[in-house]
Every structure is written in C-alpha cells, then in structure tokens.
Design a binder for this molecule. Structure first.
Ligand SMILES: Nc1ncnc2c1ncn2[C@@H]1O[C@H](COP(=O)(O)OP(=O)(O)OP(=O)(O)O)[C@@H](O)[C@H]1O
Ligand SMILES: [Mg+2]
Length: 210
C-alpha cells in the first residue's frame, strides 16, 4: 500500500508540534508521531562538565522504540484511526513525524516523502523557550550552554544531506505556515493518487463487485 511520510523538524520552539497538529486536523487518514515522546528518563541522561543534562542529542532518545512505532505504522498504515475513519480508507495513509532531531538520524533517511525544517533566530528562540516549562525545567544558562550549541552542531551536519529539505521561516504566522505546507502537500498527494489510479488501471477500479 502506498503511504506518504512527512518529516517536520527544526529548532526547539520553532513551531514543529503546532504545525503538525494543524496539518493533522485537515489531512485525512493522518497519524502523528512526536519524537518528544521518546526521551529516556532523566536518570539515563548524561551530564556535561557543567552539570547540564545532555537532552538535545540523539543518545537522549529511545530512537529504536520510535523506529519500532514507525515500522508498526508502515506495516498497518492508518491503523491508529478510530472507527469513524472507515469512510476515508481510499485516502493515502499519511504519517507526520515531528521532532528536533529527525534528519540527523540515518535510519530514517529513506523514509521521507517530504521534509520540512522550521527555523527561528536565536533571540526569538530564547524568548519562546523561556516561556515554556519543560520537565525537568531548564536550569539557568541551559539555553546558551547546551540547547543552542547543539542546535548549531546538528544544523551544520544537515549541510551534507542529499535530499530536498524545505526550510520554513518559523517567525511567520501559524496560519501562514499551515497554508503553505498544506497546499504543497495536497498537490503532492494528488499526484500520488493519480499515479495509483494509473497503476491500478481505470477498468479495474470501475469493475463491479471488486
Ligand atoms: N508560527 C508561530 N508564531 C509564533 N509563535 C508560535 C508559532 N508556532 C508556534 N508558536 C509558539 O511557540 C511555542 C513553541 O511551539 P511548538 O510547541 O509548536 O514548537 P516546537 O518546535 O514543537 O517546540 P519543542 O522544541 O518544545 O518541541 C509555543 O508557545 C507556540 O504557541
Ligand atoms: Mg514540540
């Protein structure tokens, strides 16, 4: 069965979760997997020489568990939908994976049908982050001592990536970002649906009793 997998990555507080949720509301047969749900417990997170917990690295995440969930969805796409979704089964199942460290994780490289990366400038990022309360809460100096330097490191690694990543300016309004991405995705999904119809043959799809 055809599937369509969208990656929404970007800087912390860039608006990844907000965009993913807005898209899920409007895209049929769409499941979201959030990387934030796969952090290891604090007791398993390394500390650096300043005592900062090293959360913004791949080692802080149970990526194998996240991959298992993705494989599970691939094996039975759309399975997380409730019974009322039955009327939409003709739609290509869509999976949105959203998180801050997606494109740096090699096993996911071949999964993406479309990749987005949200950016916001340092000051705006620091401002948005200071208004959030994480668990555990950011200690003083954490943003400059860990979060932002790790972001810059991961961002640099992305320079060597070979597939197309669409960069989005996360300072644009929520609605504006949603509209752009929704329009692009519906166009690509329409292309996929058209090629599925061609591959199946018009006669076959119109045959009675099949
Ligand atoms: N386009 C936007 N313009 C202004 N503020 C936004 C926008 N999108 C999200 N926000 C706000 O920024 C904050 C972070 O949003 P969100 O949780 O979606 O980001 P995130 O990238 O998922 O963050 P995290 O790194 O915690 O996973 C929230 O307070 C949200 O309301
Ligand atoms: Mg988030």
């Amino acid at each position: 069965m055809k599937t369509f997998v969208i990656g929404i990555s970007g800087v912390t507080n860039g608006g990844k979760t907000t965009l993913a949720k807005n898209l899920q509301k409007h895209l049929p047969n769409c499941t979201v997997i959030s990387q934030d749900d796969f952090f290891k417990p604090a007791s398993e997170i390394e500390k650096d020489e300043n005592g900062f917990l090293q959360y913004d690295v791949l080692e802080a995440l149970n990526m194998e568990t996240m991959m298992a969930d993705i494989s599970c969805w691939m094996g039975n796409p759309g399975s997380s939908l409730g019974p009322t979704a039955g009327c939409r089964t003709e739609e290509i199942p869509i999976l949105i994976i959203e998180g801050f460290l997606l494109f740096n994780y090699k096993p996911l490289d071949t999964v993406w049908n479309k990749s987005y990366f949200l950016t916001i400038p340092y000051e705006e990022c620091k401002r948005r982050r200071s208004k959030r309360v994480y668990e555990p809460p950011d200690p003083p100096g954490y943003f400059d001592g860990h979060v932002w330097p790790m972001y810059l490191k991961h961002r640099q690694e992305m320079d060597s990536m070979t597939w197309e990543i669409v960069y989005l300016d996360g300072t644009r309004s929520e609605e504006d970002l949603f509209s752009q991405v929704y329009e692009e995705l519906t166009q690509e999904l329409a292309k996929q649906s058209a090629s599925t119809v061609l591959a199946n043959g018009v006669v076959k799809s119109g045959a009675p009793g099949k």
